[in-house]
Ligand binder design. Structure first.
Ligand code: SF4
Length: 361
């Protein structure tokens, strides 16, 4: 697979130009052209030395994922994209527009090795890691106003950026699509740095949320490196036995007590809270006793709990918790002083909810 300019940091681009014998000052206009203006026609950048645009296009082509299919939810708030990567592998990416906020839910792997039993991605198994360019490319591709741009390479919209469209670009990115981001650490971190570069797409790092099933070494590394992004940890059960039942490989590899220790380290190092995700499954983990166990478990954490009624998948027969039981669960957490939110279920009609993403290629 050829290298794509989308996967290079601005500094790396400057170093590459220098190695070719060009001045590093040319990196910034090229970078802005791609990441701020959303254009891929490097030859159109004014003032570049003769031969440089050609060399960039030859050796660092801007490879956008192609949108093979777009589906829209009936309520109009959610759009799901099936994206084809350069090797033909496909992943899904979701764009949500709620309350004036635009959020892109991005995949970090094709498939997933973590095997959470209620998750469609886990049910399909692991295919490969996504590259930095493929992660960045998802955000740019689905943020763009007119998706025909990548679908048919239509000249009229080929170089349009989200900011120039009638819609708005994603200002929030959640790494909660297909895959476990901390299993693909280096590529994911490089992508967050590129997306946060203020000379380009300019996302606030705090508006990038990484969701992990509990990869303890990765959480410790985030803390040690003082990564400024937000962290969400998928718990789903408050005991080791409960996690072994729902998330067998991850719970076996990283026991609950080690996970909680790593979360404490993270909060202390970065002076911030963690979002703890809890998929509410009727009769499985949604009883008041489960809420009390969660309340006790999080008593030493700086926590906000997101409660997500289960979304259906073909490979798991569980049912979502009813709204009344979800409120009772939330009330119990309140008695422990733990703030929580019951997530609204949106995009379920197009299978774009949490745990529903899958692409079989
Ligand atoms: S929930 Fe996340 S970590 Fe678990 S199998 Fe699905 S994609 Fe992987």
């Amino acid at each position: 697979m050829s290298e794509s300019l989308l996967g290079l940091s601005r500094l790396a681009l400057a170093q590459r130009l220098e190695s070719w014998g060009y001045k590093t000052v040319h990196a910034k206009p090229i970078w802005q052209h791609i990441h701020r203006d959303g254009r891929s026609d490097v030859a159109a950048i004014p003032g570049l030395p003769a031969g440089l645009a050609h060399r960039v296009q030859e050796e660092l082509p801007v490879v956008w994922p192609t949108i093979a299919l777009e589906t829209r939810s009936s309520d109009g708030f959610t759009r799901k994209f099936l994206l084809t990567l350069a090797d033909g592998r496909q992943v899904e990416t979701v764009l949500m527009r709620y309350d004036g906020r635009v959020t892109a839910c991005v995949s970090t792997q094709a498939g997933c090795a973590m095997g959470c039993i209620f998750c469609a991605t886990g049910q399909m198994g692991f295919a490969r890691h996504l590259s930095t360019a493929e992660i960045v490319g998802q955000v740019l591709a689905v943020s763009i106003g007119d998706h025909e741009r990548t679908k048919h390479h239509a000249p009229s919209t080929e170089h349009q950026h989200p900011a120039q469209s009638t819609q708005h670009p994603a200002r929030n990115v959640v790494l909660m699509g297909m895959g476990e981001p901390l299993h693909n650490y280096a590529a994911v971190m490089a992508a967050t740095e590129i997306l946060a570069d203020t000379a380009g797409f300019g996302l606030s790092p705090r508006r990038i949320t990484l969701s992990t099933v509990g990869v303890v070494p990765g959480i410790r590394r985030l803390a040690a490196e003082r990564r400024p992004i937000s962290l969400a940890v998928s718990l789903h059960a408050a005991t080791q036995a409960g996690r072994l039942a729902l998330l067998p490989p991850a719970a076996k590899a990283w026991p609950l007590d080690e996970l909680m220790d790593a979360c404490c380290e993270y909060s202390a190092a970065l002076d911030r809270h963690i979002f703890f995700e809890w998929t509410l499954i009727a009769g499985e983990n949604d009883r008041p006793d489960d809420a009390h166990a969660l309340g006790r478990l999080l008593s030493t954490q700086r926590a906000h709990v997101n409660l997500i009624p289960l979304n259906p998948t073909d490979g798991y027969a569980g049912a979502p918790t009813a709204p009344k039981a979800a409120r009772v669960f939330q009330d119990v957490l309140t008695t422990y002083g733990i703030p929580s939110t019951v997530r609204q279920r949106r995009g379920i009609d197009i299978a774009s909810g949490c745990g529903q993403l899958a692409a079989r290629s």
